[in-house]
Design a protein around this ligand. Structure first.
Ligand code: GLC
Length: 705
């Protein structure tokens, strides 16, 4: 495309323009990729290829998926609180996309965790918009540094899978701007993704893909987004409304939709200027693609090097929830009895377009064996035999080769057998798994948010037998979203939350268990004591039997913003995560400048292990006038690896407009006294300081520039 884009458009026929804004259906160039635009040979305009997904390149091929690294799920990346690590993952996924001929990667997922039952919680980052925005930005930068475009999705408020294609999300402008849009806003302003994917759901009565307020006023006029907006696959109903709203590319696309657009222009229902606007945006992004630059991709990405990056990211994202009396780390010669079929059917990630096809997944059992840990052989073989036999049975036949569904019964060992293992081992590991994904929200019932009866029975038996001999019990949670832990956590001495950590799972678990890795992950989402404590009680909408509308009654009180403000104690709070060492905070100094706060303090490793600490900076606003959460995350910093005795001086800069509330169409920072809270979690505050903002600050829409 040597001529200028304007000249090119002037040469295009109406048919050619309409064909450019509607996808080609399936991908021809890279069979099994999620989608492709239509080429226009007459004008030398090639097609561009796009594919999923956030956890790794997913190209299903003609029945033979491309092998690509299964990186840790998004929720693990967020649990690292480490943008540098996340950027490296983005670079690696970007490289794999590039080498497989992909121009745009349909990732990252930037939706907020409104409710823990959402099936795609594994695929999104956090209940907090700042953490979401910072981690998304790092991911996008990483991907795009490889010449591949990133596509932040699903814009916006796609916070459930139930009836996702038609559900009407009713939310206030304030909560959209302060919570659900904010992560996208930060990513778009900081990392400039080439594309945005509009969501399936409706927003206050209009499909997101047909919503001009969303796609033009907010996204382009206020935030200055210059890339393309593509629809989710088959989203919305009316191609004319989609184009008018600012949805430039309709995916996956059908010939019928092309015809509808041509007819609409001919009938004067759609102006050619609107069509040209989207054509121009698409051509501008196309000029950046590797296809346009004639890149000769190898089909041989460096999977070996990327495996190490997947391992490192998982190592930083594992969260140690509980560790009574230093049950962990284990000595490397500890005798270990492993319970739970998840030791074998270890989950690397969740289902749907975010699924992956790695060369291997190191199961927890294989990881322990590979690290030559002292695993009880007889018990391991009993579990391997059990899983093999059960998966042959009709009722437990897996849905597809590498999808371990339906869940297997966990309680098949008698108390006597377990007692035998308790006598001859030092520690019991119990693996609990949960698999959800696109189109599959969890249910607030046993086997969903709550343990199943057989999981609970297994936990109770193992706890009873091992504690009888004063042996330790460690639960390993291989889950994609929070589950109920409060009713049983007393049964175990330690809880290791590995989420769905990608293909290197077993190696990371083994290394954390024996202290080769000192866990440094922190919760990006609250673990509530019970589902009834969750503020988003309207999930998944009304009427309950077949929801068509979901009202965000809790408004800005999402996650810890609710639990903290209304005094509801969680099982484990946002930002929580233990280490094998201890950190001390000191010397807090806060300076108020013209347009920002500078928060300085020191973090010292006062324990016995080298470790990294995620220091979090929360701001508690003046009480009384504008209703606000008790506290909100406004900055964070993950230290380097600190040796025992080492100190890191931390400086966090907070732009004042980040404190603003969206009130009556304006961003307002109220005058008054603000408390700065620095801590190791949202409820483990170590340092406090107060600053006074003397006059109320008001901003237009140009904030966070
Ligand atoms: C799916 C998903 C979206 C994905 C797209 C292409 O329905 O919602 O995340 O990128 O279709 O597979």
């Amino acid at each position: 495309m040597s001529v200028s884009i304007k000249e090119l458009i002037s040469k295009m026929t109406l048919e050619e323009k309409a064909s450019l804004v509607v996808g080609a259906g399936k991908s021809q160039r890279v069979p099994g990729a999620a989608g492709e635009t239509r080429s226009i040979k007459r004008l030398g305009i090639p097609s561009i290829v796009m594919t999923d997904g956030p956890q790794g390149v997913r190209i299903e091929g003609d029945g033979k998926p491309y092998v690509a690294t299964a990186f840790p799920s998004a929720i693990v990346l967020a649990s690292t609180w480490n943008p540098e690590v996340v950027e490296k993952v983005g670079m690696a996924i970007g490289e794999e996309a590039r080498e497989y001929g992909v121009d745009i990667l349909l990732a990252p997922g930037v939706n907020i965790h409104r409710n823990p039952l959402c099936g795609r919680t594994f695929e999104y980052f956090s209940e907090d918009p700042l953490l979401t925005g910072e981690i998304s930005s790092a991911y996008v930068k990483g991907v795009q540094s490889q010449g591949v475009g990133a596509c932040v999705k699903h814009f916006v408020a796609n916070n459930q899978e139930t009836n996702r294609r038609i559900i009407d999300t009713i939310a206030s402008e304030r909560v959209l701007r302060e919570i659900y849009l904010r992560g996208f806003e930060i990513a778009i302003k900081k990392a400039k993704p080439w594309a945005v994917m509009s969501a399936y759901n409706k927003l206050n009565g209009e499909y997101c893909s047909e919503n001009e307020w969303l796609l033009t006023k907010v996204l382009r006029e206020e935030w200055g987004f210059e890339g393309i907006v593509m629809s989710d696959w088959g989203a919305g109903e009316n191609p004319v409304k989609q184009l008018k709203a600012g949805n430039d590319l309709i995916m996956p696309g059908s010939d019928e939709q092309v015809k509808v657009l041509i007819e609409a222009v001919k009938k004067g229902e759609l102006s050619e200027e609107i069509l040209n606007r989207s054509v121009e945006r698409i051509l501008k992004v196309m000029t950046k693609t590797l296809t346009l630059r004639g890149y000769k991709y190898s089909n041989k990405p460096d999977l070996e090097r990327h495996a190490k990056i997947a391992y490192e990211a998982a190592a930083e994202g594992i969260v140690l929830l509980k560790n009574d009396n230093n049950a962990l780390p284990l000595s490397s010669d500890a005798k270990i009895a492993v319970f739970g079929t998840g030791q074998i059917e270890t989950l690397r990630g969740g289902l749907g377009s975010g699924w992956t096809h790695p060369k291997y997944v190191v199961s927890i059992l294989d990881g322990l064996r590979e690290r030559k840990l002292n695993v009880d052989v007889e018990l391991a073989e009993k579990y391997e035999k059990y899983v093999k036999e059960m998966r042959k049975r009709k009722e437990y036949k897996p849905e597809s080769p590498d999808i371990p569904l339906p869940p297997l019964p966990q309680d098949f060992l008698s108390e006597e057998e377990i007692e035998k293992y308790a006598k001859r081992n030092d520690v019991a590991l119990i693996v609990i798994t949960r698999l959800s994904g696109e189109g599959r929200d969890l249910k607030p019932e046993k086997g969903g948010f709550y343990l199943s009866d057989d999981e609970r029975k297994l936990l109770e038996k193992v706890s009873k037998c091992f504690h009888k001999y004063e042996k330790k019990v460690v639960a390993i949670l291989n889950i994609g979203q929070p589950i109920e832990v409060y009713s049983w956590e007393k049964l175990v001495d330690a809880i290791l939350l590995i989420w769905q950590p990608g293909q290197e799972a077993g190696r990371v678990v083994a290394d954390v268990l024996i202290g080769v890795i000192n866990p440094s992950g922190k919760l990006p989402i609250t673990f509530p004591k019970d589902y009834n404590d969750v503020p988003s009680w309207s999930f998944p909408g009304e009427p309950p039997e077949n929801p068509v509308k979901v009202v965000y009654y809790e408004d800005i009180y999402v996650g810890y913003r609710y639990y903290g403000t209304f005094g509801v104690e969680p099982a484990y709070p946002f930002g929580h995560g233990l280490s094998y060492t201890k950190f001390e905070y000191s010397d807090l100094k806060v300076e108020l400048r013209e347009d920002h706060l500078t928060v300085r303090f020191k973090v010292k490793n006062v324990g016995k292990y080298p470790g990294k600490e995620v220091a979090q900076v929360y701001v508690s606003p003046p009480r009384g006038r504008v209703p606000k959460p008790l506290l909100e995350l406004k900055g964070f910093h993950k230290t380097r690896m600190l040796k025992p005795g080492e100190v890191e001086e931390v400086e966090v800069k907070i732009p004042l407009d980040l404190l603003a509330s969206h009130i009556n169409g304006k961003w307002v920072v109220e005058s008054g006294e603000y408390e700065i809270r620095v801590g190791s979690s949202s409820r483990d505050i170590r340092l406090r300081a107060r600053i006074t903002i003397t006059k109320t600050l008001t901003y237009g829409f140009k904030i966070l520039q």
